[in-house]
Write a new protein. Sequence first.
Length: 150
Amino acid sequence: MKPLKKFNEYINSGVIKKQKPDIERSAYLSKEAERKEKSLRELLDKIGLKEDNANDIIEYCYNILIFLIRSKLFEKGYVAKGYSSHEAEISYLFEMKFLEEEIKFMNELRYIRNGILYYGKRLDKEYAEKVINFLDRIYNKLIKSVKKNK
């Protein structure tokens, strides 16, 4: 897995494009992330985390977090398109002043999620717990950042 570039590098390469802020789309994504987070908590309470659903939980966590990052991007008038778009979106966490270790883990999560989606990678309950703990640590930070300007 290659390290992320800085956000400006993705702008310069054309992966990130400047556009008019899309407040409606931003609001939709933040509400959808909140809905997904509540649904995840309900799933964990009722079914729990098992080896059989570890991949599902990991994908759920990734989607919640990437929706919040995209929400912020749309709010600020950015859109990511094409090859490396998810990397570019995650690199925006540098602009949001997240810790380097948080950004690295989010990029690892992106890589892992791609492995699940495209290469049939199976992950275990232990890694899913690590991802849930990560979600617990940064979800509120992201949601506050997104809601701050609304």
